[in-house]
Design a protein around this ligand. Sequence first.
Ligand SMILES: *Cc1c(COP(=O)(O)O)cnc(C)c1O
Length: 359
Amino acid sequence: MATIMHNFNSGPSILPKTVFEQASQAVLNFNNSGLSILEIGHRTPEFQAVLDEAIGLVKELMQLNEDQEVLFLHGGATTQFMQVPMNLLNDTDIAAYTETGTWAGKAIKEAKLFGHVEIAGSTKAENYTAIPKKLQVSPTASYLHITTNETIAGTQWHNIPYDCGVPLVADMSSDILSRQLDFNKFGIIYAGAQKNMGAAGVNLVVVNKNLLGKVDRTIPSILDYRNHIAEGSMLNTPPVFAIYVAMLTLRWLKQEGGLPVIEKRNQEKASLFYNTLDSLPVFKGPVAKEDRSMMNAVFVMEDAALEKEFATQAAQQGFYGIKGHRSVGGFRASMYNALPLESVQALTQFMTDFATKKG
Ligand SMILES: *Cc1c(COP(=O)(O)O)cnc(C)c1O
C-alpha cells in the first residue's frame, strides 16, 4: 500500500493539513474554553469573532468595496441556482445565461422557474469543451450569469466578460479564491465552500446590495438576501463548524500570501500538468487549450482500453479521486489551492512512466 496519498478529488477536496489539525483541535477544545466548537452557542462572542474574522478575510483577500456584502449561507451552490433569480429576476424580465456545461445547465433550469432566460452564449454543440468567445446579451437583461469554472467539463473563463453591460453573476464554486479577479465588478458571486475554501455545508455569497429590492414577488424570509445582510448571516443558526473551517482556510490563504501567491502557484501546477499531457501521445486533453481549467484538468487516453489499467495503477500509487465524471469519462485531476506542487509532480511522473511502458 502506498503511504503518501495525493488527493486530486473534485469535491469535497483537499484542504491544508494545518486546517485539518486546527479544526480537530477545536472539536475537542475550542480556544482553550473547555468546550467543543460543536457545542457552543452561535450567538456567543466567541463564535461572532469567528464569523467576523471570516467575513473580514474575504473582504481583504478579494479587496471588496463597501457595496459588496459578504454572507455565509446554507444549502450549497445548488440553492443559489434558485436564490439568485428569486431575488433579481422579475417574472416578465429576461436573465442572460451562458451555457457551458453541467453546472451552468442546472443554473439555467432553475432560473426558468422565475422569469425568461436567454442563452447569451453556448458551447453545447462542442460538447462543452470550450468557453463561448462571443456573447449576445440583451441590454435589458436583469443580469448575465457565468460559471467561471466548469468543474466537470474542465473549462475556465480566462477573460471575464466584465463589460457585458448588465450586472454580472458568477458561480465560482470550483475556482473561488484561486486567482485575482476584479471582484467588485460582479453583482453576485457565489460558491459552495467544499472545493476550494472549506468543508461542505456552507456557501460564500458576495452580493452588491444595490441590486436588491427590485423584484415584485414576495420572497420567503430565509431566501431573501436582504434579511441575511440585516442579520449578519445569523438569520437562523448558521453552519457553525463549516464557517469555522472556512475561516481557518482563509487564514491559511492570507498567511501564504493571498491571491497573487496562490494564483502563481496554481499556474505553475497547471502548466506542469498540461505540458506533460501535451508531451505524451498516449494521453489527450479534450478541452480547447485557451479554455483549460487551472483547477480541474480533464484527460482521456488515446487507447481507451488502457484506461482501466491506468486507473488501477494510479490508485495503487496513492492517487485519489482522478476518475473522470461519469458524464465525460476518462480522468480528471483537480488541483485546488491546497494541493501541493509535489502531488502534481508525482502524478506527471507517473503518467510519463506509464506512457514510456506503453509507448
Ligand atoms: C460542485 C458545484 C456546484 C454544486 O455545489 P453544491 O454545494 O453541491 O450545491 C455548483 N456549481 C459548480 C461550478 C460546482 O463545481
